[in-house]
Write a protein that binds this ligand. Structure first.
Ligand code: BT5
Length: 258
């Protein structure tokens, strides 16, 4: 990756400082370690990850040299209860950037998936550093399959994954996509920090493919099914249960049934 190109072309603070590695365990782990030595908007980028992480200890497949593995270090001034909004903000930024740079109809599946043609193009992993219940840092990890051949992904993942190359038939510049993501993050993070939740959430609603759908949400031992009705000001999913009751859910694995 041409890091100098990214630094030169980003607008705003995101990506002005970039720590670049050929291979890391996980960019989120590296970013958490670098946190004290960096300013807000610093980025960790890696060509490949040996221990790329999804949520709940899951693995993020991270082949070298083809995709984007990036973590952005934030120091958000928001309350702990609003932490889901950080992922919501990053998803809006990524979906917007991907639509603009690739022309693909990228949508957001609550809470952290980037979807094209019903398949997973990318994902977001937000790790928080807290002190006495206050958020002191958020590490926003972004994985986007750009030029990889997802048919070669191991296990069952090839069935659910896709890449920009697979969807368009063309190779894309990872730098161009990363620059767009960082530019959109700059914009939407400003919106989040000025607490303009209406602007953020209305853009999220424009970009999501989750609302109005029959879904199942699994969180630990619990499973709920119903209609994904809306999200609230804290980024929680409002699930309309068959009884008509509305259940507010902060995190979980969501499957769209129809
Ligand atoms: C996510 O988790 O979607 C968050 C992914 C975040 C990855 C970035 S890369 C940079 C930064 N550093 C890290 O270590 N992580 C972040 P989750 O919703 O839990 O989804 C994980 C699931 O997605 C896996 O269990 C697989 O089923 C599937 N999966 C794994 N690798 C994939 C890939 N490359 N593309 C599409 N799906 C994948």
């Amino acid at each position: 990756m041409n890091v100098a190109d990214i630094k030169a072309k980003v607008k705003g603070i995101f990506g002005k400082e970039i720590f670049f590695y050929e291979t890391v365990g996980s960019t989120n782990t590296v970013a958490a370690d670098l946190f004290e030595k960096t300013s807000e908007g610093a980025v960790v980028l890696a060509e490949g990850q040996k221990m790329g992480r999804g949520r709940l200890g899951r693995t993020w497949i991270s082949p070298a040299g083809v995709n984007i593995h990036m973590s952005v270090i934030l120091r958000p001034k928001i309350e702990f209860k609003d932490a889901t909004l950080i992922t919501i903000m990053a998803a809006v930024a990524c979906a917007s950037a991907l639509r603009k740079t690739t022309g693909l109809d990228v949508s957001i599946k609550w809470p952290n998936d980037l979807i094209v043609s019903g398949k997973k193009l990318g994902g977001i992993l937000t790790d928080l550093k807290t002190e006495k219940g206050t958020i002191i840092a958020a590490i926003v990890g972004i994985g986007i399959n750009v030029n990889s051949d997802t048919d070669a992904f191991p296990g069952e993942v090839y069935k659910i994954a896709t890449s920009v190359k697979k969807e368009t038939g063309n190779l894309f510049s990872r730098e161009e996509i990363a620059i767009a993501v960082l530019g959109e993050m700059n914009k939407w993070y400003t919106v989040l920090q000025r607490e303009d939740n209406n602007m953020l959430l209305s853009e999220w609603k424009r970009l999501t493919s989750t609302l109005g759908r029959q879904v199942v949400v699994i969180l630990g031992e619990e499973t709920w099914s119903g209609i994904a009705d809306s999200i609230d000001g804290e980024g929680r999913l409002l699930l309309k249960l068959p009884s008509g009751e509305i259940k507010r859910i902060s995190s979980g694995d969501l499957t769209v049934l129809r």
